[in-house]
Design a protein around this ligand. Structure first.
Ligand code: FRU
Length: 504
């Protein structure tokens, strides 16, 4: 537990939330949660917020509706961790308890101030009835200061309103502030600030003290290219390039990119701080699976840029019938980012290796048809595979891994080397809903050679291809007792395999 800051008074509303979550979360058996992915303490979780390192611990807040397992008035849930894998829940940090945020404390970020306080920057929402009778949320940026446990909202809130963004923005699409400190010690912020016709725009602000902010200027505008409103922006320098991560709503697919409707976009390019212009040179999906949205990153004390995201997607959330007092929503495994040859690479956080137990190692396994391997099963697993044609010259037709299998359940990852397509199919994973169950990605592979790493937790699969060049993420709804893993090929494959159980 953090040391408490004495002069912080908590609202009645937040006190009630804290009492409720403490009581209800104790009733959720740990075995019914993911083992090492953060899930909502109780009720609903969406975007990661305030991902930061403060007083020796990582802090992760999240969009939170504790009273039900569907989206509702947004609070900020809170958890801390020393290694980003063992999480301790802290009491909810923010409730929609002020006039200027009474309809929700939407997404935002966190930073440590020179006086040692942690500052949360979030979007306060107030609903406004329109002439046509519809209701829209007016969005403004707000601050709260705290000690890592309790936060007091700034008396000068809101600090950024429609007066502050450049012309052509909509006050209903002005949200998700990401704050960071520039090299000269001043503060920067990017927010979503789409146009009234919902064309995505990211607007940048600057400040000397983190509290008083300049007028915004446009960092980059979509011009209808990648979906509509760009949510949850992140902007940082990595490996000599500037990277913009954002989650565009309503994307159209392009080839094998952007298949998720509410998708994710990574733009890599150059940025000139003096004129404030970002020039993207490359675009890609951040993840090629089903359940991935709203990324947020932290710069670790050792210099690693670590990303986490909501392991869900707005299009696949409706319809789950989950008790309102259970949990819904989890985060991805934290991922280390790098940029190579103008492309974003992701690897599972290296601390995950500390959870590895019981190494099983096979080299040059001949696969032709379906087979299982001694000791290769489990639902919390880290498994690396390298495949290539067994008979030189003769490229196989198909290779597949079946996992989380047992009884009526299985999920398949299959690779067709001739057209270089990797497919995930979780149709038989236990879902009772007609939502998206398959995704295809075109991967890099010459002559049927491919590397993949599967990270399985009780309710998810994250597949890292070719040392992180692409990632495929999907939730599983399979009973955790379905833990068989098998390999299948049409044509002869030679496979190297290293498999560990992941034990928290
Ligand atoms: C993205 C998002 C954000 C918003 C939050 C509300 O998933 O729509 O833009 O701040 O969720 O919960």
């Amino acid at each position: 537990m953090q040391e408490e800051q004495k002069d912080i008074k908590i609202s009645r509303m937040l006190e009630d939330v804290r009492r409720y979550e403490e009581d209800m979360s104790g009733r959720i058996p740990p075995a019914e949660r993911p083992a090492f992915h953060l899930s909502s303490r109780v009720g609903w979780m969406n975007d990661p917020n305030g991902f930061s390192f403060y007083k020796g611990k990582y802090h992760l807040f999240y969009q939170y509706h504790p009273f039900n397992t569907v989206w509702g008035p947004m609070h900020w849930g809170h958890a801390v961790s020393e290694d980003l894998l063992h999480w301790e829940y802290l009491p909810a940090a923010l409730a929609p308890d002020e006039d200027y945020d009474r309809d929700g404390c939407f997404s935002g970020s966190a930073i440590e101030l020179p006086d040692g306080r942690q500052m949360l920057v979030y979007t306060g929402v107030t609903n406004e009835e329109q002439e046509d009778g519809t209701v829209k949320g007016v969005q403004k940026q707000c601050l709260a200061f705290g000690d890592g446990l309790n936060y007091v909202k700034y008396e000068g809130n809101p600090v950024l309103t429609e007066e502050d963004f450049p012309e052509g923005g909509s006050r209903f699409e002005f949200r998700d502030p990401k704050v960071w400190q520039a090299e000269d010690g001043s503060y920067r912020m990017v927010t979503c600030c789409a146009t009234p016709s919902r064309d995505g725009r990211i607007v940048a602000f600057s400040s000397m003290d983190g509290i008083h902010w300049s007028k915004g200027r446009i960092l980059v505008q979509n011009n209808e290219r990648f979906g509509k409103v760009w949510e949850c922006p992140e902007f940082f320098r990595l490996d000599g390039k500037w990277v913009l991560l954002t989650s565009p709503m309503d994307m159209l697919p392009e080839g094998f990119e952007y298949h998720n409707g509410n998708g994710t976009l990574c733009l890599i390019g150059d940025y000139n701080d003096a004129d404030g212009i970002f020039t993207p040179q490359h675009d890609q999906s951040i993840d090629y699976g089903i359940d991935f949205y709203a990324t947020q990153t932290v710069l670790a004390p050792d210099g690693r840029r670590i990303m986490i995201a909501w392991m869900q997607n707005w299009d696949t959330t409706p319809g789950y019938r989950i008790s309102p007092t259970s949990w819904f929503g989890q985060m991805t495994v934290p991922r280390e980012l790098s940029v190579k040859n103008g492309r974003l690479y992701q690897l599972p956080l290296r601390e995950l290796e500390n959870l590895r137990r019981g190494c099983v190692n096979f080299r040059n396994v001949y696969v032709n048809g379906e087979m299982e391997l001694e000791g290769v099963k489990g639902r919390c697993v880290d498994m690396e595979l390298e495949i290539r044609p067994a008979d030189s010259g003769a490229v196989y037709n198909k290779f597949a891994v079946k996992f989380a299998a047992g009884g009526r359940y299985y999920t398949t990852l299959s690779f067709h080397p001739r057209d270089r397509i990797m497919k995930i199919d979780r149709k038989f994973s236990g879902s009772r809903r007609a939502i998206i169950h398959q995704r295809r990605a075109r991967v890099s592979s010459e002559g049927g050679v491919l590397k993949m790493r599967l990270i399985l937790d009780r309710f998810s699969a994250e597949i890292f291809l070719n040392d992180g060049e692409q990632v495929i993420t999907a939730n599983l709804y399979t009973d955790p007792s379905a833990e068989e893993i098998s390999f299948l090929s049409e044509g002869a494959v030679s496979m190297n395999l290293v498999k560990y159980d992941l034990v928290r």
